[in-house]
Structure formats: C-alpha cells, structure tokens
Design a protein. Structure first.
Length: 322
C-alpha cells in the first residue's frame, strides 16, 4: 500500500520527535469528565470517563499501555469530538484509572472480554445513537482482536485503530534496540510502579517485589507477569496468540487503521499485507508520523492530524448509514 497524505511540521519529521512532541509539548484545556464505575461479573470493575452532552453520537476511546483518560491523545480526541457536538467515553483498562483493580489480573494486548462488556453497557445507555470505538497502540491491538471475535461488533457502527503493534514480538524486539530503548525504559518503569502499588500489600503477586529490578525488558516482564496473570503459558504463547495481525481478515464493520511506516515502536515488517485485511478494513500508511504522533502544521502552530482524520472517517461511516 502506498503511503497516504500526512505532512509533518517542518523540523519535526524525525519519528522520535513526532512521538514525543504531543506528550511533552502539546498544550490543551482538559475536557470536563464524569466518571462511571462499571462493576464486572468477576468482582472487578472498569472506570468509564464520559465527556460531552447527553445526546448525539458516542465514541468509545481505548488508551494504550499505561494510558488513561488524561493521556494527551485521549484528551485531544475527546476535545475534538466535543467541539464537533459529539459525546465520548474513555474506557480504562483494569488498574489504569487511579485506584488498583481488585483482582490479580489487569490488562494485556489480547484483552477482548472487558472491551465487550464496556461497549455493550455503553450501547444500552446510548440506545440507537451512532456508536464508534477508537483504540490506540496496545488498546488498538486489543480493539482489533475484539472486532475480529465479534461478528456484528456488538452494535458498533465503525472503528479506528492507531499505531497498532500488529506483531507483539516484533514490537518488543524493536523497543529493545537503539534509541527505542528509551520507550522500553519508560514503560517498564510505569508498569513496575503500577505493580508495586497494587501488590505491595497483597500476598498473591506472581513475582516478588524484590525481583522486579531483574525484569529488564518487555520479554522478561511479559513472561513473568503479563502472561501468567492473563492465562497465557509464557511470553511466546502471549505474543503469538495476542497479536492482532492474524485476525484482521475476520473484521466485519467499517474499520480504519492508521499507521506510520517510521513508527519507532516497531518495524515495517509488522505491517499487514492487503490480502490479510477484510473488505471492511482500510489500512492507511503514512511515511512519517512516529507513534501516535502525526504532528503537522508548524512548530508554532501545530496541527494534530490524527484527530482530523478520525473525525472525518467517523462522519463518513455515519453518512453511509443514513
């Protein structure tokens, strides 16, 4: 597939600058949020943060690894939707909304059940209004897995997945090499901090707290923590079964995947071929954009292309249904 049109801001074409800029430099006014706690059948909970009015289309937003409703990319999309007169709700994975979740398990790239429960609950609340889902990074991988496992998308009208790690092993390899080690270091510190906060006063930790420093990369952490907590035999089983690329042919609702070829979280080898996509899936590749970056305009007046492109696609899906 040929790269689609996205022009990075002059001076920001480097993939690392594209990736880091929205996180470190972007300024925004926080969107007012109303929290709802969704109690789950297994005794745990999911926190949902709502924004916007009481009627109109609803977009469910699924954050990436260690993200939340306060993440820059989530806030940016929620604000763009609100300015367009639409509602949104940020779904937090277990343990990502502030307080630790109750059960030992948390979330992973293969999560589908929690997404399904949240979306079905939101659909019951919103009735016949248009319903969309947008997932970023690890959340995008989980979203695509869920869409592939759900024939009718549980009433979802359309979906967007951004900067997806299509092959988890490929992503872990990339983030353990070169300048991308910075991202691995950052996320591992976040994961370990969350782990200590949750298991510090419990006796059911899969790994003793004093052993955490020895988990020096994603392979180590996912093998010792993520895989056993979520029903996988080991890290190889987790990466093989939770990678979404193998399931893209089974998605049945209109879905847009946005991905930059220069994404520093993975390599171009991870990008799926056209023959791996279902007719309902559109993969748009850009030459630049980094990981959940896509900063256009200028340094003094940056434009966040992702939000513009996502809103345009959701409007196209809505128009096609009327």
């Amino acid at each position: 597939m040929r790269p689609r049109s996205f022009t990075p801001a002059p001076g920001l074409s480097n993939p690392h600058l594209q990736t880091i800029w929205p996180f470190l430099v972007r300024r925004w006014r926080s969107v007012p949020l109303a929290r709802e706690r969704l109690e789950l059948p297994d005794g745990d909970f999911l926190d949902l943060d709502w924004a916007g009015g009481n009627s109109g289309p609803v977009t469910v937003i699924i954050h990436g690894l260690e993200g939340c409703s306060g993440s820059a990319y989530v806030q940016g999309l929620m604000r763009a939707l609100a300015l367009d007169g639409q509602r949104s709700v940020a779904m937090h994975f277990r343990g990502c909304s502030g307080p630790p979740n109750r059960l030992p398990r948390s979330y992973c790239a293969g999560e589908t059940n929690d997404i399904g429960q949240a979306v079905r609950h939101i659909r019951r609340r919103t009735g016949d209004e248009p319903l969309f889902v947008v997932g970023y990074s690890l959340g995008g991988n989980a979203l695509l897995n869920w869409l592939a496992a759900t024939e009718d998308g549980a009433g979802v009208d359309g979906a967007v997945a951004v900067s997806v790690p299509f092959l988890l092993r490929e992503a872990a390899n990339r983030m353990g090499s070169g300048a991308s080690k910075l991202y691995q270091w950052y996320f591992l510190n976040r994961l370990k901090t969350s782990y200590r906060r949750k298991f510090g006063s419990r006796n059911d930790a899969p790994v003793p707290l004093e052993s955490l420093p020895r988990l020096g990369n994603f392979f180590d952490f996912d093998n010792a923590v993520t895989a056993p907590l979520h029903g996988y035999r080991d890290v190889d089983d987790y990466y093989a079964r939770a990678s979404c690329r193998q399931r893209l042919g089974a998605i049945g609702i209109p879905t847009l995947i946005l991905h930059a070829i220069d994404d520093p979280f993975m390599t171009p080898l991870a990008v799926p071929r056209r023959d791996e996509l279902s007719p309902a899936v559109t993969l748009e590749l850009t030459a630049h954009g980094g990981h959940v970056g896509f900063v256009g305009g200028t340094v003094l007046k940056p434009q966040y292309w992702l939000e513009e492109r996502i809103l345009r696609f959701l409007q196209q899906v809505a128009d096609a249904k009327t």
